[in-house]
Design a binder for this molecule. Structure first.
Ligand code: FE2
Ligand code: FE2
Length: 291
């Protein structure tokens, strides 16, 4: 059922717009996941019921356990039950992980997709660290989730025109913003499309807007401007260190522009960058484990 209050950015390309409308009616997820996403928002549904549903799908259950016990969530004790994983990660995060991995599953065999996945996990990790170092921007859980989902808007392009995307990614690197050629090719850029998907999926505003504006935080019209800058900065750090996918090496802005919006001094960022460098091997291993 369509919610009349939801405004979705349209694609200025008729065939891609039609494809998106189909994608919104038939989300790229299994019937079980669909049911799960419907009930996971209901405050009256208990964790046991949600855990029971996840338990019906061994693939989903084992993936959730892998994520909860991965080095991304460095808790001292491993969780051994779905319920434990749900409590540890929180329902909004679990929903985000399941949606992301369901969409990635549809394109995982295509060239460059593993790099995009690793990039998403890298940005999630950096965003979480930055959120812990900055005050009043977003919680570390919100930052980790927004980082994980920030480039989700690229996946529908891969589902819509896999061969075309493979050719485009193969010919990189080029100059110019990825958002610019996406607009030309599909009539909607991945940041716009990410915002659109997260609106449809009813994610909280802070997550949605930080993804919609991660390449242009200065244009973010809502109070999520600093959150968008935090995700944009995390993205820029990862791309700058080569934790990027087969895309274009264009950096949106000098680091200083993001730091200005976030109101944090440049020297605060050095230990964050050093942390990313020392976490590289862990990132590779964790990305493979979950992928
Ligand atoms: Fe992006
Ligand atoms: Fe990115």
């Amino acid at each position: 059922m369509k919610d009349k209050n939801i405004v979705l950015e349209p694609a200025n390309n008729p065939s891609f717009q039609t494809f998106l409308e189909t994608l919104s009616i038939l989300p790229a997820i299994s019937p079980l996941s669909n049911k799960l996403f419907t009930i996971i928002d209901d405050p009256n549904v208990s964790i046991s019921v949600i855990g029971g549903l996840i338990g019906e799908d061994p693939g989903l259950a084992s993936r959730l356990m892998t994520v909860a016990n991965s080095p991304f969530y460095p808790f001292s004790e491993k969780v051994s039950s779905i319920r434990g994983a749900l409590v540890r990660l929180g329902l909004v995060t679990v929903r985000g992980i399941l949606l992301t991995t369901s969409l990635f599953d549809r394109v995982k065999h295509q060239p460059g997709v593993f790099e995009l996945w690793k990039h998403s996990l890298g940005v999630s990790r950096v965003a979480k660290t930055l959120a812990n170092r900055t005050k009043d921007v977003m919680t570390s859980d919100e930052a980790a989730l927004a980082g994980l989902l920030h480039d989700i808007g690229k996946l529908p392009f891969l589902i819509f025109k896999p061969q075309r995307m493979e050719n485009i990614w193969k010919t990189g690197p080029r100059t110019g913003k990825d958002s610019d050629w996406e607009l030309e090719e599909f009539g909607l850029s991945h940041d716009q499309l990410g915002g659109r998907l997260l609106t449809q999926w009813k994610f909280p505003e802070i997550i949605r807007d930080s993804i919609r504006w991660h390449h242009q935080p200065d244009k973010c019209p809502s109070s999520s401007r600093r959150s968008a800058a935090l995700i944009g900065l995390s993205d820029t750090i990862c791309r700058g260190l080569g934790i990027a996918h087969a895309d274009f090496p264009y950096l949106d802005a000098p680091l200083g522009d993001f730091l200005d919006i976030l109101e944090i001094p440049g020297d605060e960022i050095i230990p964050v960058i050093q942390g990313v460098i020392s976490d590289r091997d862990m990132l590779e291993t964790a990305s493979r484990e979950i992928f």
